[in-house]
Write a protein that binds this ligand. Structure first.
Ligand code: TEU
Ligand code: CA
Length: 557
């Protein structure tokens, strides 16, 4: 095994979306003391690291991804004293804490922006990206990720400012060395507190093409900015500077959220020499669904073909081998629930398909991420009307495509939301079958999924056949078997449209994995002649030469 060893290569990460995790004071909003109270649950699950979505001060235009003070805690989540207790408790339990670093943009209520907009000669002016209009219109035709123009005219400033997300999320100007100094200083503040790493929000977007050219118009409304705001000209220079100035000084892990990253880019972002980040999140498998069956923009609602997903994941597994490290995920706070999206959330198939999907991902090469509730097989919610939505991405898309431009019907848009809206991941964590699923004693900020009486942590912990105990075993197997962490990935059975199979090889051991993506028995020869016992499977018994509906099986010889 010539792979460099590292603790973050051997770890399993659990993502908490604090607003929806656990409410300790009955105000209906998850908070930091609620997280502290549930750390033993995560210890029992067996994860090593907790990635916290942002807990900093924020007006919550984008639920915390619009930060107004990087060095203080959001009022609804508690205090810095609460944070210090949580960090200490986590470390006592042997759990590491990774913070969400959101430095592509700040809230427009951040002190820097409040100063910046005051006048063109304000010392903070160049902390953001200000441009004059074009014949009374925006400086170019870019569309924000959250619909509408990516430029907002500010009456006080007398210019437009760039916001790749909502207009309350003003893009920082990374060309300005003072901005970079401020960011590195803030990162050092958190590293000195003893955190164990950073997940870096849209970090591939911090270097922009300084020509700010118009983008290609695909939906007849605005131009696509992605070629000019992702993987930009100075991105690796900035990350290598960040690594030198901060990251290299601490034993921390880093994962970049890198929209539009390719395998070739990832070999730079997550190179094995460690000059930038440890790993990145790619989006090809989660974007594939909407790209393949899209209605408009990112929005679509049908399951992608297995061959599409397999081609993407295999490309990344083989492509990074020996030169960079990858992340493995199905779910996060921006994605729908995987058992609804790629599995089958019908009551008779939900548990089987959740275990199948867990096996497929967790036996692969890379660091696996589990999103809160994924270990319970939590499912998507249902949108009866736009009034059921909280997420600004959905609300803005509905306004643009349904209300303002009548490009699709309300029914079509809501069908897309049912399939892939981010709100699906933001219904409160389902702890038990008491009122509000034990998430709060008050009225939850967002409705609890009505299926909480069947799907909750208490029931799962009491049921040896639950998704929870299956995920617990997947995590334990990774800790016990170096072949799962460091084994070479080899695709298998590529001719199948229904079974995803591969093997992992290390030091003479071969792990063979096969997963049936359908609700029908499917032929599968990969275990023929193998008599060794299962390392893990979601079926007690097997049939020769085939896999049963949603059957997953991993055998080590
Ligand atoms: O998401 C970045 C991003 O690319 C999102 O647009 C995401 O891909 C999309 O919503 C999926 O459909 C990060 C955060 O994870 C997200 O929660 C924030 O809203 C966004 O950045 C702005 O900070
Ligand atoms: Ca609360």
């Amino acid at each position: 095994m010539n792979e460099k060893k590292a603790w973050w290569k051997e770890a399993v990460i659990y993502q908490i979306y604090p607003r929806s995790f656990a409410d300790s004071n009955g105000d209906g909003i998850g908070d930091i003391p609620g997280i502290t109270a549930h750390l033993p649950y995560l210890k029992e699950l067996g994860v090593d690291v907790i990635w916290l979505s942002p807990v900093y001060k924020s007006p919550n235009d984008d639920n915390g991804y619009d930060i107004s003070d990087y060095r203080d805690i959001m009022d609804e989540f508690g205090t810095m004293a609460d944070y210090d207790v949580m960090l200490a408790e986590a470390h006592k339990l042997g759990l590491k804490i990774v913070m969400d670093l959101v430095v592509n943009h700040t809230s427009d209520e951040h002190a820097w922006f409040i100063e910046s907009r005051k006048s063109k000669d304000n010392p903070y002016r160049d902390y953001y990206i200000w441009k004059d209009g074009n014949d009374g219109k925006a400086p170019n035709n870019w569309q924000s990720c959250f619909s509408g123009s990516a430029w907002q005219y500010d009456e006080v400033a007398g210019q437009y400012y760039l916001h790749c997300f909502t207009k309350k999320q003003a893009d920082l100007n990374w060309e300005n060395p003072k901005v970079r100094d401020e960011v590195y200083d803030m990162m050092t503040f958190w590293c000195e507190k003893g955190i164990d790493g950073f997940r870096m929000d849209v970090i591939s977007m911090i270097s922009k093409d300084q020509a700010f050219p118009d983008g290609e118009i695909s939906d007849g409304l605005y131009g696509d900015m992605s070629p000019y705001v992702t993987n930009g000209p100075r991105i690796h220079e900035f990350l290598q500077e960040m690594n030198k100035r901060v990251l290299s000084k601490y034993d921390i892990m880093t994962v970049g959220e890198t929209p539009n990253v390719t395998v070739e880019d990832a070999k730079k972002y997550a190179n094995d020499e460690g000059t930038e980040l440890n790993m990145v999140f790619q989006f090809e498998h989660t974007d594939a669904a909407s790209k393949e069956t899209g209605v408009i923009g990112k929005w679509g609602y049908t399951h992608p073909r297995l061959s599409t997903i397999r081609a993407i994941l295999n490309k990344w597994q083989v492509g990074l081998e020996g030169s960079a490290w990858g992340s493995l995920y199905w779910d996060n706070h921006d994605q729908p629930r995987v058992v609804s999206r790629f599995g089958n959330d019908a009551p008779q198939w939900r548990v089987l398909s959740a275990k199948m999907l867990g096996t497929l991902l967790h036996m692969m090469k890379g660091t696996p991420y589990i999103y809160q509730g994924e270990e319970l097989g939590m499912t998507n919610m249902h949108f009866s009307s736009i009034d059921d939505c909280n997420d600004v991405e959905e609300i803005n898309a509905y306004r643009q495509y349904v209300t303002e431009h009548q490009m699709i019907s309300s029914e079509e848009m809501l069908k897309c939301f049912d399939a892939i809206a981010r709100d699906n991941a933001r219904t409160p964590m389902q702890w038990d079958d008491t009122a509000q699923a034990g998430f709060t004693t008050g009225t939850p900020w967002f409705p609890v999924n009505p299926n909480y009486k069947e799907i909750n942590a208490k029931a799962a912990q009491a049921d040896p056949d639950s998704v929870f105990h299956y995920y617990q075993k997947l995590i334990r197997l990774r800790h016990e078997n170096p072949v799962i962490v460091y084994g070479k990935f080899q695709p298998l059975f590529l001719e199948s449209e229904t079974v995803y199979a591969y093997e992992r090889i290390l030091d003479g051991k071969t792990l063979t994995v096969a997963c049936n993506w359908t609700d029908q028995p499917q032929p599968c020869p990969v275990f023929d002649g193998i008599t060794a016992p299962d390392l893990i499977s979601n079926y007690e018994t097997h049939l020769a030469g085939q896999l049963q509906p949603y059957e997953a099986r991993a055998v080590l010889v």
